[in-house]
Design a protein around this ligand. Structure first.
Ligand SMILES: [Zn+2]
Length: 310
């Protein structure tokens, strides 16, 4: 038996200040499981690698406690299967448990059948470990793109209610540059699915990423701060922000990756935590499932009706 997803955290729009609540999300995976290292560490080696994901995830849990922030943890179920107590702890400490799939394979490199097995298995493992109904999904490396849109139908059929896998930017591995930038509902033959795209800002007709991850470490902190201010104050939209546990672990073992992947993974790891502190102290955050509610500025300030925009 799983519990339904309870509303958690503060209302989406603060009744007094009008400040908007953003989504804080964590993709729970270990440092050797990132897609950029697929050719450096094979899946058959994962079990032999030093695991640092528990300690690093707890570091984020402690940080969120410090700021009174609840978040969504998109847990890779391969990790959840080996560390069920960690998934239980995420639930106990008041956060949302969501799915990052099981095997961290790019969606557009899978068949629809293999993808269905992956997301079904992941949901079972994470629901068992957390006791929560798992309704959110984020693909490895945002790999729901124009050539894997069929995945959205599968997600609805498998019981997911929202997805956060379509990044409306151009990137070497992912991106749907012309997708809507803000949360919206996708209508699939199996029913509606809310899409929560990672944060972007639109400048000179192009969408630029401002959602966390490598962009948070490689660009100056002010870039993300200004982008979230613009989204919240001018566009009146919530931002979806993401971080990985390995990004708060500057001492992680260095793998033999080369070139830009190495740069992108290891650069400025020591800056993630202090920058997160600035961000958590400056903006309002809640779990991603809070964004399934429509925000209004009248009456009680919020409606529980699912949003159907664009
Ligand atoms: Zn991932």
């Amino acid at each position: 038996m799983t519990r339904p997803v309870p509303p958690r955290g503060a209302p989406l729009t603060d009744a007094r200040s009008g400040a908007i609540t953003n989504a804080m999300t964590v993709d729970v995976e270990d440092y050797f499981q990132v897609s950029a290292f697929d050719d450096v560490v094979s899946r058959s080696e994962w079990d032999r690698m030093e695991s640092r994901v528990e300690r690093n995830t707890r570091r984020l849990l402690d940080l969120f406690d410090e700021f009174g922030v609840k978040a969504t943890f998109f847990v890779l179920a391969w990790v959840g299967e080996r560390h069920p107590a960690l998934v239980g702890e995420i639930d106990r400490r008041g956060h949302e448990v969501a799915s990052h799939g099981y095997g961290h394979r790019l969606v557009y490199e899978q068949t629809p059948e293999a993808f269905r097995d992956d997301v079904r298995r992941a949901r079972c493992i994470l629901q068992d470990a957390s006791g929560q109904a798992v309704v959110g999904y984020r693909a490895p490396s945002y790999s729901i793109t124009a050539r894997s849109l069929w995945a959205l139908d599968v997600l609805v059929e498998e019981g997911y209610e929202y997805d956060s896998s379509m990044f409306p930017i151009r990137h070497d591995r992912y991106g749907v540059p012309d997708a809507p930038r803000h949360r919206h509902v996708r209508h699939t033959p199996a029913g509606p699915l809310v899409e929560l795209p990672p944060a972007t800002v639109r400048t000179f007709g192009i969408n630029l990423p401002a959602a966390g991850g490598g962009y948070f470490r490689l660009l100056p902190y002010g870039w993300t701060h200004r982008a979230l201010t613009r989204l919240n104050d001018h566009e009146r939209q919530p931002a979806v922000f993401y971080v990985h546990p390995w990004e708060v672990d500057p001492d992680q073992p260095r793998l033999a990756a080369r070139g830009f992947s190495r740069f992108r993974h290891y650069r400025n790891l020591h800056l993630t935590e202090p920058r997160l502190r600035s961000l958590l102290g400056s903006f309002r955050f809640a779990p991603a499932q809070r964004l399934l509610r429509r925000s209004t500025t009248t009456g009680s300030g919020e409606s529980a009706v699912p949003l159907f925009i664009g």
